[in-house]
Design a protein around this ligand. Structure first.
Ligand SMILES: NC(=O)c1ccc[n+]([C@@H]2O[C@H](COP(=O)([O-])OP(=O)(O)OC[C@H]3O[C@@H](n4cnc5c(N)ncnc54)[C@H](OP(=O)(O)O)[C@@H]3O)[C@@H](O)[C@H]2O)c1
Length: 261
């Protein structure tokens, strides 16, 4: 695929999504930025237009509502835009026991982390297939490799994202459309404040969103299947295979538990 092409990035108002937008912009891609916080998106868009002389379209959208993906794609079509690269980055998680969690929080997580992501893949793929090219980057997590007590629904969502991405990649062989799944470890973003991770071991060592975005960008453009960002996280799937599953889950649960000061 020749640059510039248009990348749709969800969750671009902060963290990894914001860093991805900066990385794609530096390479000359036109951007469609999506999240709920319009002011943050507009500010980023203005900065990227000035710095990189690219076209940036902002669409403020809540992906936690039913039918959000279809409505977003309609807005994109109405603006006369096409999605060459889909970056499904928007996501959230909540730290806590499943039984004590609020059902609306769980529903929002399922909707954003899985349903909107799946629907956007399906909708964007129609145009990609017609045009004969495309790239998808789905953001999962190292939590995709293991059930994670305290993050039960989040880890299950991310396992789904990894599984879906790998299947789609296989189905699309020969179609000139690549599907890459990014699995970051703990990364210094607003995710942890939203999730309520303060005081957990997860926050002891975190990667920078810029490093994660750089590795993800390269993997996407190279058409790689899966990228685990951060050197310390890369051997994780290998080590997890060596441990009894119940031990590995206990370790994951301990890392997610808030420490008493
Ligand atoms: N940080 C980590 O340690 C870590 C590790 C592994 C994987 N990840 C994954 O990385 C991705 C990015 O997270 P991050 O770490 O960069 O966290 P972040 O800074 O909290 O960013 C999350 C992004 O998702 C957007 N978002 C959340 N709910 C939304 C909704 N209902 N509709 C539309 N957009 C929504 C947020 O924008 P608005 O609030 O403006 O809507 C924000 O732009 C997520 O998929 C996360 O699961 C993060």
């Amino acid at each position: 695929m020749t640059t510039p092409s248009t990348a749709l990035i969800t969750g671009a108002s902060s963290g990894i999504g914001r860093a991805l937008a900066q990385r794609f912009a530096a390479a000359g891609h036109a951007l469609i930025l999506v999240a709920r916080r319009e002011a943050a998106l507009q500010e980023l868009a203005q900065e990227l237009r000035q710095r990189h002389n690219i076209t940036v379209t902002v669409i403020a959208h809540d992906l936690s509502t039913t039918g959000a993906a279809a409505a977003l794609m309609q807005d994109i079509e109405a603006a006369g835009l096409e999605v060459d690269i889909l970056v499904n980055n928007a996501g959230l998680g909540f730290n806590g026991a499943f039984v004590d969690s609020e059902l609306p929080q769980i529903q929002a997580m399922l909707q954003v982390d899985m349903i909107a992501l799946t629907e956007l893949c399906h909708l964007a793929l129609q145009g990609m297939k017609r045009r004969g090219h495309g790239r998808i980057l789905n953001v999962a997590s190292v939590a995709a490799f293991l059930p994670c007590p305290q993050f039960a629904v989040y880890a299950a969502c991310k396992a789904y994202v990894l599984s879906l991405s790998e299947s789609l990649r296989h189905e699309l062989r020969g179609a000139n459309i690549s599907v890459t799944c990014l699995c970051p470890g703990a990364t210094a973003t607003e995710f942890h404040a939203v999730a309520g991770n303060e005081g957990t071991l997860i926050m002891r060592m975190m990667d920078s969103p810029e490093m994660v975005a750089e590795q993800a960008y390269r993997a996407t453009l190279a058409g790689r299947g899966m990228i685990i960002s951060g050197w310390i996280n890369k051997p994780l799937p290998f080590f997890l295979q060596l441990l009894p599953r119940s031990w590995a889950m206990s370790l994951a649960g301990r890392a997610a538990r808030r420490q008493v000061a």
